[in-house]
Structures are given as C-alpha cells and as structure tokens.
Design a protein around this ligand. Structure first.
Ligand code: GDG
Length: 463
C-alpha cells in the first residue's frame, strides 16, 4: 500500500500533544488520521560522532517518526540563520529584519541534502512524499538528484510575498527553480499562489500557466491554494468539557461583570503584538467606559528565543504592558494580563469561549489558526467576535469577522469597541457564517484535497 511520507523541520510526537505552533497542530491532526512516516528534526542540538547517519526511529500509533538532531553548525546556519533570519522575515514582508550570509545559505542547502539522502534510503516506489514549509524548499530537487521519481508535494504554511519583495532574498532564483522539482505546490491563499506565478514569469519568459498547472524550467507543476484549518468538531467539543466549564466559571467569577478580550500567539514579530497592545491602550482612551470593565488577556509563549529580533520583541512587550497597566490599573482591576507561557489546548479553548472578543491582528500571516479556534470555541447562543487583520490569510475566507488594518491603531480600537457592543442578533448571524468557513476549511479537508492531488500522480505512474 502507498505510504505517506511527511517531512517538516520539526517532528513532534502527536501522542505527547501539540506544542504552540500552527504547523505542529495541523500536521499532528492530519497524520493521526492518515498514518505514515514523519521525518524531521527532533529539536536537539548536539555534536554527534555518528553524524550524519544517526537517525532515531520511534512508533506512535499508526505513525513512524524518523528524527535526527542538528549539529551546532546546522542549527545556526540552516535553522536560525537562513530559515529564520532570511526566509521567515522576508516572506512576512519584513526586509528590515533580514540578516543574510552566504555561509548560512550553504548550510541550509547541505541540511536539505542530508535529509534527501535519508529519505532516498527508505523510499519505496509507490510512496507519496509531502514536504512542509520554507525550511525545506530545495528538498524535492535534492531528492530528484538521487533518482527519486515519486510524487512529491510542497505546502507553504507562511505567505509568499510579491516579486518586488522576494527580490531581496539573494537565493530567490534558486528557490523558485527548486519549487519546480515538486509535482504539487500549495499555498494558503490565491494571493500567495499568484505571487509565485508572477515571480516565475519574471524569471522565465517561456512560463506557461494553464489553469492549475504552471510549466517552467522544463517541468509542469500543479500550483494551487489549499487553505488550512483545524479539527473543528474536536475543538468545539474541547471548549465544552467539564474541565473547560470549570475554567470558564472561574474566569467569570473572577471577572464578575467585566468582559474579557483574548489574544493567543506564539511570540513572533509577525503577529503584531505591540500594535495590538497600543490599540488596547487606544480603546481605553477613546472609550473610557471600558476602564474597569474590560480586561485584555494576551497569551504569548516564547518561540525562537535564540533569534535577536525575538529577544527585542519580548522586552518591548514587557515594557508596553507595564506602561499601560501602570497608567490605567485600579486597586481591583488590571487592564492587560500578559502571560508569557504555554497552556494546554483545552485551557485555550475555555479561555476563547470565556472571551467576548478576540484580537487576531498579525501584520502578516499565512492563515492564522487562532482565528479558526476562537470561532469554533464560541457558544453559538452567545458568541464572541473576532477582530481580524486583513493581512492574515484567514481574512481571505472570513469576511464576517471585523476586518482591520493592524497598522491603524485607531481602527483596531474602534473595531474592538464595535465587537464589545455588538447586539446578540448580529453576533449570532456573523458567527453562523464564520462557523461555516471553519467547517469548510476543516484540517481533514485540507489534507485530503492536497493528498488527492498528489495521489493522482501515483495512479499516472506506469506499473
Ligand atoms: C504557521 C503560520 C499558519 C499558541 N499558544 C499556545 C498554543 N498556540 C497554538 C494556537 C494555534 C497555533 O499555536 C498557532 O497557529 P497559527 O496559525 O496562529 O500561527 P503559526 O504558529 O505562526 O503557524 C500560520 C499555520 O502555520 C498553519 O499552516 O496558519 O499562518 O505562520 O493552534 O492555539 N497552543 C497551546 N498552548 C499555547 O499557549 N497548546
């Protein structure tokens, strides 16, 4: 039977529960359903005498996890360097944060080559390979170089900017060409898909784009949007367990007649956290009736703590929340509860449900699963409202959310006030429409749409 081989930068055993991070959450859910082999980094950094041949194999339910550690040089050049100091900021339109060295891009290529060798050594002729995200763009090209003719798909979880921004990445031509070693290339939105086509047309005048297929560099690749989502029913159920009810009651007792607004994000500069806190400050200035009556809870577990830009962000948020709290707090009320640690998913579900509104205001985001989770967790008879950035992929699908430009602090504050004041009938109408989107984009649909397209190639292979 055809196996599914999934490759992503980090591998996390779904049995241990997902960590904070959209990719781990979505892949854990997709793989639990399909079974297969999951290959990638185990999160350890060590100088291994058996490098590069040392791999760990571990079974978890119907999954085989095949993991390796990174050497300090690989961790610095591939992960912290090229992936997270060049591709992550550039793909999130933050050219000011790009920190490029040729050495880091060399190591990025070498880690992709090492992974390709490992995959090639276990490959069966009818395996389908599904590669995830910007850490692994050249992996298919490296696999093809070993003679691999299997169907290979790539899904990019983060945005793809237009050519004028991509031009700042010195390796852009190599990366774009590498995408044409895949059979299927997927993005979160039509906007991202069009950006790739524009980029390819700039590089190769012979490019042909025929419906979903783009032919360039001598290969025809299916380029398509596959919007990701969550396991909607499971998340809704999670917000209603006895445990969740207890958390919701505790919050309500503590807040008495106050309302709560929530934000949940990995601590990342793409998430617009300082702008969000500024808009909460602005809400208290523009609508003083919220003083003493609304608390904003921001959960932001640390991620990528070893990258300078993240350390700076941490300091900025500490100081902003402190400033706003010292200005507006009362002896029995604190305006912002800023929590810099991770909570279990069930606790998040309860916190979403206990919140009258959510601030989901990234400056750029591939999709943003928090938007889906917040909607899924609501009580349909008394739902809260998401205030959502236009620059999140989710905004291309959720037009019944209160859409804002996160750089416009006043507009965000006004939208938040609208959410807090919205009549029940209007909230119910919008929630119903949003819930339909959350169901339409369910994670099982995302993986089956992608895997169906990939599997068509398997059927096309003779023998
Ligand atoms: C990338 C793309 C795309 C957060 N704090 C805690 C926690 N989380 C979970 C959330 C949510 C996930 O992390 C974050 O997902 P997002 O989609 O919002 O963002 P990224 O991590 O940047 O994900 C993104 C995604 O990939 C999927 O393709 O949507 O655009 O950037 O599930 O709930 N989870 C737990 N505790 C926390 O404190 N358990």
């Amino acid at each position: 039977m055809s196996r599914l081989i999934v490759v992503s930068n980090r591998v996390q055993d779904p049995a241990a529960g997902p960590g904070a991070g959209g990719l781990a959450v979505a892949l854990g859910e997709a793989l639990e359903a399909n079974g297969g082999v999951w290959i990638g980094w185990d999160g350890r950094v060590e100088q291994d005498p058996l490098h590069p041949v040392s791999w760990n194999e571990h079974r978890s339910g119907n999954l085989t996890l095949l993991t390796t550690s990174l050497t300090p040089e690989e961790h610095e050049g591939y992960y912290l360097g090229f992936a997270n100091r060049v591709l992550w900021p550039a793909f999130h339109y933050r050219l000011d944060l790009v920190d490029y060295t040729t050495d880091h891009s060399r190591v990025y290529g070498a880690v992709n080559r090492r992974l390709a060798m490992k995959i090639a050594s276990i490959l069966r002729p009818d395996d389908r390979i599904w590669i995830h995200d910007y850490h692994l763009i050249p992996l298919a090209a490296e696999l093809r170089a070993t003679g691999c003719g299997n169907p290979i798909g790539y899904f990019q979880h983060i945005p793809l900017p237009p050519p004028s921004i991509l031009a700042a990445v010195p390796e852009v031509n190599w990366l774009v060409r590498a995408l044409f070693a895949y059979d299927v290339v997927g993005f979160q939105t039509e906007t991202d898909r069009l950006h790739l086509i524009q980029q390819v047309q700039q590089l190769e005048s012979e490019t042909e784009s025929d419906g979903e297929y783009v032919t360039a560099f001598g290969r025809s690749t299916r380029v398509k949007s596959y919007p990701i989502g969550i396991d909607a029913d499971r998340f809704t159920a999670m917000a209603r367990t006895p445990n969740a009810e207890e958390i919701i009651n505790r919050i309500r007792q503590r807040n008495l007649n106050r309302s709560q607004v929530i934000g949940v994000d990995r601590m990342d500069y793409s998430k617009g956290l300082p702008e969000r806190m500024e808009s909460v400050r602005r809400l208290f200035e523009l609508y003083p009736e919220n003083r003493g009556a609304m608390t904003f809870m921001q959960i932001a577990p640390t991620s990528r703590g070893a990258v300078d830009a993240y350390v700076d962000l941490h300091e900025r948020l500490d100081s902003l929340s402190g400033e706003i709290n010292s200005k507006f707090s009362d002896f029995d009320w604190t305006p912002i509860r800023y929590i810099n640690r991770q909570f279990p998913r069930e606790t998040l579900a309860a916190l979403y449900r206990a919140s009258r509104a959510a601030l989901i205001t990234p400056l750029r985001d591939g999709m943003n699963l928090v938007a889906h989770e917040y909607v899924a967790a609501q009580d349909p008879d008394d739902p809260g409202m998401p205030v959502l950035s236009r620059f999140a992929g989710a905004a291309e699908y959720m037009d019944e959310a209160l859409l804002i430009n996160p750089y416009n602090i006043d507009q965000t504050a006004i939208a938040l006030q609208t959410a807090l004041q919205m009549p029940l009938k209007e909230r119910k109408r919008r929630h119903k429409a949003l819930m339909k989107v959350v169901h339409d984009l369910d994670v099982s649909r995302w993986s089956s749409r992608f895997l169906n397209d990939l599997s068509q190639l398997l059927r096309a292979v003779p023998g």
